[in-house]
Design a protein around this ligand. Structure first.
Ligand code: FES
Ligand code: FES
Length: 177
């Protein structure tokens, strides 16, 4: 038996017939080719498969594809802009060397974005707590925490930019040339 689902993934809407037991992560990877979302365990433990479902992070290996029916999924592949500009959290991970093998990174970044949308100014402990469902074998977490703090700063700066402050910054930049 199959069930028909309609899901928006990274801004594109798909309708597919799926088995009721198909996991969301397998739907994303095998049907849609969204292989940026990875599988790191079979115990719902590692968080590598984290995506956003209707704006909140979920471990996509613990959600059925049919549970996403009618929903809006964002994966790591949907974060950058069309012109290739990275999301501020992606930039912060790159700039703070917050990855080594990179396997945990897609899930870590999706979780970090959710964390920062709930708490735009977390202390280190809140970052560690917010990421405790995501495991990294390589980094020792220090640079990941640093990257999330850097990303928080970048996002707060963007949030407080108004047309006036953007114009003032442009003026200042023009003045020093
Ligand atoms: Fe490990 Fe989903 S693959 S939690
Ligand atoms: Fe290798 Fe995190 S960078 S598991």
């Amino acid at each position: 038996m199959h069930m028909r689902i309609t899901v928006t993934v990274d801004g594109t809407t798909y309708t597919d017939d799926v088995e009721p037991r198909l996991l969301l992560v397998h739907y994303l990877r095998e049907r849609l080719g969204k292989v940026g979302t990875v599988v790191g365990c079979d115990t719902s433990n590692c968080g590598a498969c984290t995506v956003h479902l209707n704006g909140y992070s979920v471990k996509s290996c613990s959600v059925l594809a049919v549970q996403a029916d009618g929903g809006d999924v964002m994966t790591i592949e949907g974060l950058s802009r069309d012109d290739g500009t990275l999301h501020p959290v992606q930039e912060a991970f790159r700039d703070n060397h917050a990855l080594q093998c990179g396997f945990c990174t897609p899930g870590m970044i999706m979780q970090a974005i959710d964390l920062l949308s709930e708490n735009p100014d977390p202390d280190d402990e809140a970052v560690r707590h917010g990421l405790e469902g995501n495991l990294c074998r390589c980094t020792g977490y220090q640079n990941i925490v640093r990257a999330v703090q850097d990303a928080a700063q970048r996002l707060r700066a963007t949030a407080t930019d108004t047309p006036e402050t953007v114009a003032a910054k442009a003026d200042t930049a023009g003045g020093v040339r």
